[in-house]
Every structure is written in structure tokens, then in C-alpha cells.
Design a protein around this ligand. Structure first.
Ligand SMILES: *[C@@H]1O[C@H](CO)[C@@H](O)[C@H](O)[C@H]1NC(C)=O
Ligand SMILES: *[C@@H]1O[C@H](CO)[C@@H](O)[C@H](O)[C@H]1NC(C)=O
Length: 317
């Protein structure tokens, strides 16, 4: 009799151990990244303050030409060579943005109140709404034009108004226009898991592996510990710290992600998009990352746990 009791207790202990070890490891935030000037260099943060339209200072600026047409990596991949740095005063107020570029002395842009300057509307690709913006002035524009040896005059614009998130026709049915963004293409945030990125690299042709950088995918929040690659494609509602996020659609990757972060040239074989079309797409579209909005404000930090609250299948857009 006793031997059976021992056996049963042993069995129960084994079962508890098994269930515990099977319980998923937590998903945590592994990196927070902003791109103050659209298309230019990235800034990694330990802590990111979330405001009404996304991470503070993410895509607050962008480059445009004299004709008020936005310049992105699509028109000029060299803009990626401009690296911004943000300087704050003791009160945490942004005072300067320092711009660096190889072969140029740094440029320090004083962050001034531009309220007395004229607001202009800058045209943006595929969007139904222009970008209401203000020119940061001649000097910084001239510096950027010279640094890039640009074929036309460039200007640095500061985005000054809210932009309804559903400015892109494809997303008009998936998200309400109560959400506002900065000069991002679609959503307030792009979330990517390390597991997804690792799988993408694993499947790439070998020559491309040395030319890929996560920055090419422009994530805002990287997470680690997802149970499988492309798990974030299913995240409908999730929480980081006290902030609630809502997935609005999988990110269909465009030609801009094929620019080598080393040579600043487009990949001749359209990688990594060609691979993504096969491993996480429908043949014509390839997806990597989840477009998200937040349903309340707060702060996210590297190391914060991610709690996936609900999942659903998102359509191909
Ligand atoms: C803005 O940039 C896109 C590329 O992202 C380009 O195709 C488009 O022509 C630009 N918009 C305007 C109005 O020039
Ligand atoms: C893949 O999805 C896109 C977006 O919905 C669609 O336009 C395209 O026709 C689809 N391709 C295939 C092969 O189903």
C-alpha cells in the first residue's frame, strides 16, 4: 500500500514539475528605438515615454525639398547617414538636436518655439492627408543638402499637428481616426520580436546576412521571449507595464527594408522582402512586425514584461 502512495505522490510531483517547466517564459521588452527624423539614424532608449501619438520625439521631423515633397529613403537612401542626437536640459526639456554625418562638422539645431512661423502642408506618399509642418530654417537645410550632396535643396521640417492614423487608405477600415500619429507611415508603434528577426535572418540567403540590421525594419519596441517566430502577428491586445496596446495590422514590408545599412544601396534581389514573402507572406506580400496603437499613456522600459491579453488573425493588407 505504502509503495503505491509514494508512487502516486511521486507522479503528482513529476506532473507539477512538468507543467511548471512548460509554462512559457515571460516576454520582455529588449529594446526601445526612436527615429527623430524620418528615414535617418536611430536612437536606442532604456525608457520610452509614450505620449498621445507615440513614443516622444519619434518621427517628429522629416526632410522635404523646395517643392514641399517629402524625402524618404525611397528617394534618397543616403538620408540614413544622418545621425541625430537629442540633448535635454535639467527639466527634461529637449533643447537641441545634434546632427552628425561623415565628413561634416556636427550641426546643433536649437529646438525653438516655432509658433510664429508659417505652417505648410507637405505631401506624403499614398496618404490622404498632408503633413502640417514648419521649416526649421535655412541653416539646417543647407547643412543636410551639403552632407548628402543632394541633387536639390533639402529642408528639415518639424511636424506640428496630429495626424489621423488612418491616413493610409488600406487601414481606414481597421482603426478609428481617434488615434493620431507622428510622421510614421502607418501606426504609432511597430513591435517586433527577437524571435521573428532571428528566424528571418536564418532564412535569408547567406550573402544578405552580413547586410541586414534590425534598424532596416524600423521597430519601436523589440520584445524577447515570444513562444515562436511571428507570434506578434497575432497580438490583438497586449500590455507593457501599465500601457495597453492594440495591434492594428501586420506590417507588410516594402522596398525600403532592402537598403543595406552598410552600403546604403537597395539589394539587387529584393532581400529580405523576397524571403519574407515565402516564410511569412502570401507570395506577393511579406510581413514582419505588428503595427500598434496605445489605448493609454505611460512609460515603457527595457526589461518590462509583455502580457498578451488577446489574439486574433489579422488579414493581409
Ligand atoms: C513622399 O515619399 C514617398 C516615398 O515614401 C514618395 O513615393 C512620394 O512621391 C513622396 N511624396 C510626394 C508628395 O512627393
Ligand atoms: C496577398 O495579399 C495582398 C494584400 O491583401 C493582395 O493584394 C494579394 O493579391 C495577395 N496575393 C496572393 C497571391 O494572394
Amino acid at each position: 500500500m505504502e509503495i503505491y502512495t509514494f508512487l502516486i505522490i511521486g507522479l503528482i510531483l513529476c506532473l507539477i514539475y512538468f507543467v511548471k517547466s512548460k509554462k512559457a517564459a515571460p516576454i520582455v521588452v529588449s529594446d526601445i528605438i526612436i527615429y527623430p527624423i524620418k528615414g535617418c539614424g536611430s536612437i536606442h532608449l532604456k525608457e520610452g515615454k509614450i505620449v498621445e501619438n507615440g513614443l516622444v520625439e519619434d518621427r517628429q521631423w522629416f526632410i522635404a525639398n523646395d517643392k514641399l515633397e517629402n524625402i524618404t529613403q525611397r528617394q534618397n537612401p543616403k538620408i540614413l547617414g544622418i545621425q541625430p542626437r537629442l540633448i535635454y536640459n535639467g527639466e527634461g526639456q529637449l533643447t537641441n538636436m545634434i546632427l552628425s554625418h561623415e565628413g561634416m562638422p556636427d550641426f546643433s539645431l536649437e529646438i525653438k518655439d516655432l509658433s510664429d512661423k508659417e505652417t505648410v502642408n507637405v505631401g506624403v506618399w499614398k496618404c490622404t492627408v498632408p503633413l502640417p509642418s514648419k521649416d526649421e530654417g535655412e541653416a539646417v537645410g543647407a547643412w543636410i543638402t551639403e552632407a548628402l550632396k543632394a541633387p536639390e535643396n533639402y529642408h528639415l521640417f518639424r511636424f506640428v499637428a496630429d495626424w489621423p492614423i488612418n491616413h493610409r487608405k488600406e487601414y481606414q477600415s481597421t482603426v478609428s481616426d481617434e488615434f493620431k500619429t507622428m510622421a510614421t507611415d502607418i501606426a504609432q508603434f511597430l513591435v517586433i520580436s527577437e524571435e521573428t528577426y532571428a528566424e528571418c535572418i536564418r532564412k535569408l540567403p547567406e550573402y544578405k546576412r552580413d547586410h541586414i540590421d534590425i534598424i532596416a525594419f524600423r521597430p519601436n519596441i523589440m520584445v524577447k521571449g515570444a513562444p515562436r517566430a511571428f507570434d506578434e502577428d497575432w497580438w490583438e491586445n497586449f500590455k507593457i507595464n501599465d500601457v495597453n496596446f492594440q495591434g492594428i495590422g501586420r506590417c507588410s514590408r516594402c522596398r525600403v527594408t532592402t537598403i543595406s545599412q552598410k552600403t546604403l544601396e537597395f539589394d539587387a534581389n529584393g532581400e529580405p522582402v523576397s524571403t519574407l514573402r515565402k516564410i511569412n507572406g502570401n507570395g506577393t506580400k511579406g510581413y514582419l512586425g505588428m503595427h500598434c496603437v496605445k489605448t493609454c499613456c505611460g512609460t515603457v522600459r527595457v526589461g518590462d514584461q509583455v502580457q498578451v491579453v488577446s489574439r486574433r488573425k489579422f488579414p493581409d493588407i
